[in-house]
Design a protein around this ligand. Structure first.
Ligand code: PGA
Length: 245
């Protein structure tokens, strides 16, 4: 039985004041969650979030990390630095980073760097609307996974995030999402059946309080990677409640 995960990706939102208010407001929802809860703040707020979440069941993810361990890489953040600031996880290969030019190979290199530092990756895959319309969705996602195959281990989380559903208010139907999650699970099984059984595969893309239950009911959906709704305490709390095992 895989334990569900709800991860909030705050993207480039927030301030010290708004983050303090948000974490205070979600306090009750995360006091004793029946699933794993992760929040992913912008880098400058990691220390604040680590302090505010100390002693809670919520873990912290970086939104990205460098494939390099250290060095002359202005503006980059090393995996070790994320660990130093309390991160247990790191989101890698988010479509907003892939759209900014990150390649499959770079995502794979980042996964190696993350694991070397002791971080667990949340590996994002997903097709664009054009790719889906062209009937290429399964092939695109499978190719993204294939680039990561050598890096996958049982503690990882994969997030299927159709690009056309991110921040658009348009959600994949539970059936569309389940179909892709089954493809992902089958791909994992082709590497190692135990890996397929253990890997949590999250859905992301306009997950909200009112659609989370139907999505999380699907047999191969093990929770959600939540953007916009994770910034609203009541929405995020309801999504966590929908993910109870
Ligand atoms: P969204 O973002 O929930 O705002 O669509 C999801 C994500 O990008 O992780």
């Amino acid at each position: 039985m895989r334990r569900s995960v709800v991860a909030g990706n705050w993207k480039m939102h927030g301030s010290s004041a708004s983050i303090e208010a948000l974490l205070a407001a979600i306090g009750d929802s995360v006091a004793n969650p029946g699933c794993d809860v992760i929040v992913s703040p912008p880098f400058p707020y990691l220390e604040l979030v680590q302090r505010l979440l100390a002693g809670t069941a919520v873990s912290i993810a970086g939104q990205n990390c460098s494939e390099h361990a250290q060095g002359a890489h202005t503006g980059e953040v090393a995996a070790d630095m994320l660990v130093d600031l309390g991160c247990e996880w790191v989101i890698l290969g988010h479509s907003e980073r892939r759209q900014a030019g990150e390649s499959d190979e770079q995502v794979a290199a980042k996964a190696v760097a993350a694991r070397g530092a002791g971080l667990k990756p949340i590996l994002c895959v997903g097709e664009t609307l054009d790719q889906r319309r062209a009937g290429e969705a399964q092939a695109v996602v499978t190719a993204q996974l294939r680039a990561l195959a050598a890096q996958l281990t049982e503690g990882d989380v994969i997030a299927y995030e159709p690009v056309w559903a991110i921040g658009t208010g348009e959600t994949a139907t539970p059936e569309q999402a389940q179909e892709m999650h089954a493809t992902i699970r089958a791909f994992l099984a082709s590497i190692d059946p135990a890996l397929a059984e253990a890997t949590r595969v999250l859905y992301g893309g306009s997950v909200k309080a009112d659609n989370a239950g139907a999505l999380f009911e699907q047999v191969d959906i093990d929770g959600g990677l939540v953007g916009g709704a994770s910034l609203k305490a009541d929405e995020f709390g309801a999504i966590i409640a929908a993910a109870q095992d």
